[in-house]
Design a protein around this ligand. Structure first.
Ligand code: UT7
Length: 371
């Protein structure tokens, strides 16, 4: 049975930085409160011309470049996101088109902040079953578009960004070793966007009542998160047959430093064994784990052959974890020019639209003449 190795990783964050002091100009808050209660110092905000799919494409480009894998080799693209460009088409389809991933099936996965963990497990299972040989998993968010910038309970927490992994099959043991996926829908109302779906379709009234913004019971979510982070991590280790001391790095969802500290206490591990970058980016939901991985690798905290556990929680309620043996890129060949694939993809996409238009004219004329 093949193993699903992580052979490429990449991240992308928008340039605009929003500091706690900036936020103090917008709502009744201050830098000290935000740092004490969350550990966040600043977050990134997408520019007008950026959105979830464009951030995803940039992160994916970096991951594919690292894996030296052409987008045309990909067989599956999963975008985990809580802030898709549209309800449909999926953000993953937009990414597939822009990368020119001709052979890839693409879909979005909605499990809020746990989405990246679930998506990575789904892609890994597709590889392990022998169905496919390569996959791209992306967590991408522009939560700044879904935040009520007058609500100090939520607007201080979230930020924009994207992270991506390339997964490839190999017989050599390693990669994703075990997974834990859990949900408790009874807590669905604790963190939600109540409007814009089929339950409360978008109307002038729903917008006036702010139903299209993130609503959260912070204290309840905090309690739930501190309960599940350590146990889910331990469960993934047990399933993979790993002892805590055999795991070099824990990569937790970056929501609140105090939640990560609680997980460290639960696992009886020092904070040095945890990847933390919540101070720089806030909570980027599905993007937070792959972004933290990218920075941990860059800092030398995660190296080839190391064991790592990634653990997340979020709306749903959902939570999950993965034990992974870190591999790194397989390919030894020259660089793959992902940007030139993107240029040809743009041309191909345009030609397809043009062809559809011409076909429409032909069919349209056909119907007219038979009428
Ligand atoms: O991906 C999952 C997403 N969500 C989460 O992970 C959220 C988990 N929850 C949390 O991180 C924390 O509950 C928060 C950071 C949201 C809140 O921290 P807290 O320590 O639980 O504060 P609190 O809600 O109990 O509020 C304490 C006080 C309140 O004032 P009073 O009632 O004690 O006078 C709040 O009104 O702090 C006040 N407060 C603020 N003050 C300054 C709430 N938000 C702010 C703010 N600035 N931004």
């Amino acid at each position: 049975m093949p193993y699903a190795h992580i052979t490429g990783w990449g991240m992308y964050v928008p340039k605009k930085v929003l500091t706690n002091d900036d936020l103090a100009q917008m709502v009744d808050t201050n830098d000290e409160w935000i740092r004490d209660r969350t550990g966040i110092r600043e977050r990134r905000i997408a520019a007008k011309n950026e959105n979830t799919s464009s951030l995803a494409v940039e992160a994916a480009t970096n991951a594919l470049r690292m894996a030296k894998l052409a987008p045309t080799e990909l067989e599956l693209i999963i975008v985990a996101t809580s802030s898709p460009d549209f309800i449909f088409p999926s953000t993953a389809s937009l990414v597939q088109d822009r990368l020119g991933a001709e052979k890839a099936g693409a879909f979005d996965l909605s499990a809020a902040c746990t989405g990246f963990i679930f998506a990575l497990n789904m892609a890994s299972q597709s590889i392990r079953s022998g169905q496919i040989k390569s996959a791209l998993v992306i967590g991408s968010e522009t939560l700044s578009r879904l935040v009520d910038w007058t609500d100090r309970n939520t607007c201080i927490l979230f930020g924009d960004g994207a992270g991506a992994f390339v997964l490839q099959a190999a017989e050599e043991p390693g990669g994703v070793l075990s997974a834990v996926m859990r949900s408790d829908g009874s807590g669905g109302d604790l963190l939600s966007i109540p409007g814009g779906g089929s339950a409360n379709p978008a109307t002038a009234d729903s917008v006036a009542s702010g139903l299209h913004f993130i609503r959260m019971n912070g204290n309840e979510v905090f309690r739930f998160a501190t309960r599940v982070m350590a146990t889910a991590s331990k469960e993934a280790m047990d399933k993979a047959g790993l002892k805590v001391e055999e795991v070099q790095l824990i990569v937790p969802h970056q929501a609140n430093l105090r939640i990560i500290q609680a997980a460290a206490r639960g696992l009886k591990l020092p904070m040095e064994r945890f990847a933390v970058n919540v101070d720089k980016y806030g909570n980027t939901s599905t993007a937070s784990i792959p972004m933290a991985v990218c920075e941990a690798v860059e800092a030398g905290m995660l190296q080839r052959g190391d064991n790592t556990v990634m653990v997340g929680f979020g709306a749903g309620l959902t939570w999950g974890s993965l034990a992974i043996r870190w591999t790194g890129p397989f390919a030894e060949g020259g660089p793959v020019r992902i940007r030139s694939y993107r240029r040809s993809a743009r041309l191909r996409s345009w030609l397809r639209r043009l062809w559809r238009f011409i076909e429409g004219l032909i069919w349209g004329r056909g119907r007219d003449s038979s009428a």
